[in-house]
Design a protein around this ligand. Sequence first.
Ligand code: PLP
Length: 400
Amino acid sequence: MTNKLIYLDNNATTKVDERVLEAMLPYFKEEYANPSSMYNFAKKSADAIKQARGVIKDFVNAQSEKEIIFTSCGSESANTAIRGVLNYNKTRKHIITSAVEHPCVLNLYKALEKQGYKVDYIGVNSNGELNLEELDAAINEDTALVSIMWANNETGVINPIEKISQIIKSKNKETKFFVDAVQAAGKIPIDVQAAGIDLLGISGHKFHAPKGIGALYVNSKTMITPLIIGGHQERGKRAGTENTPYIAGLAKAAELAIDGLNYEATEIKRLRDKLETGIVSRIYNARLNTGAAQRVPNTTNIGFEYIEGELILLHLSDLGICASSGSACTSGSLEPSHVLRAMNVPFTAIHGSVRWSLSRFTKEDEIDYVIEKLPGIIEKVNSISPYQKELAALKALRGE
Ligand code: PLP
């Protein structure tokens, strides 16, 4: 065991930035009033929420603060958007999404299929890029909603959101477009107006705010039926006393993210590329799973052929290095990731895929340490692989 911690799993969650925590503290301590209360004491809480709504409006470039709803997380934002649109207009029963969405979207669609909705799951190519022709062909008169993520959580691959919006609106002006931007927010600029988006969800804990706070953009022309019914909060679109400290934290995190976009695009990308090249050039059975696809700057997904990802993660964990596997462990059986399966990643690499995701707190010496230690780990795991013949052939092929 080691005391070292090298955290390269920032697509799972991020460290709360100290400045975010500072911005939250007054609303836990002195300014604890319910923001809906009438007395003067509640003014600071109400002002904090008003100010935060303005910051999030700018963060996504909405037209008005009225288009921003605070939620508890990315999953709630997605559920509110999707169920909200479908419940408002129950006559349309067709939905389009992609095969590589996050489970908070995919599992909701599985549930909606049982309620009579028809869902088309658009495929991706081997780099993880969406098949736009298939999307175009799928839109029809009955299509209530298209929901496509901005950036994929496992691969970082970015979808051409503006182009997708143009396709949708050229086929059916009434079809609503929901974008799960949980993995894009804070990593690349978001402009809902330029991209032609009707609804968009974000989650604070992916960009250095705490877990338990998110937001949903719903443009003024889009009507939704609320998911949570109760008080008048969030203009009746999401009942429940506002979480003032977390909302203040989300706004601070968004401000820091806007300031950090250039650092993200240059320095974080440089470190990610260094890690990626360092691994792929030193390890003969490593392959980049996304080819030349456009990606958010912080993510790389690398397959290690003929070995198990979980074993790699355990060895990394012994050194204090946190990354994540492309495989999810479901009820004791190791199911390969639905994203990598949709990309047709060869079966030889799919079980040995590892996602690395950086943040503004990632240091160059941490990347150097991983590049130094990983070849030894992979050698160890290779040595117990049942595919020795295949590994030897691969080694010969890749010139080692
Ligand atoms: N969408 C994507 C792409 C995600 O990566 C995640 C979280 O991993 C979510 C939605 C769900 O967000 P939350 O954990 O805030 O519910």
